[in-house]
Design a protein around this ligand. Sequence first.
Ligand SMILES: [Zn+2]
Length: 118
Amino acid sequence: MKHLTKNRKEILEIISASKKPLNVKQIKTLVDFDTSTIYRALDFLESLEYIHSVIFDNEKYYFKDKNGNFIICNSCRKIEVFPVQSISREENILKQEFGFLPLSHIFLFKGLCRKCNT
Ligand SMILES: [Zn+2]
């Protein structure tokens, strides 16, 4: 890992420790520096692929793992991560039928969470 400034390191640690993807607003509540510093740090970390992102509702969310598996509630906007065991069948189809070499994936399921669908 390349040398990171203190701010970048702190943001990387926050995202690494988080169980859920985080947006800038959420990160802002956890650090002492300003929003533009956060944006710059996130861009930098993402350019080196230390973190990854996904956009929900025009809001960018950052997460650590290369692959993202998310469920988001259409009603309360709650985001959760769900476990994916294996997608080797899908990867084989991509390779064999599309000649495509998958490097990472993001699964995003939209729906209604337990609270909102009862
Ligand atoms: Zn909900």
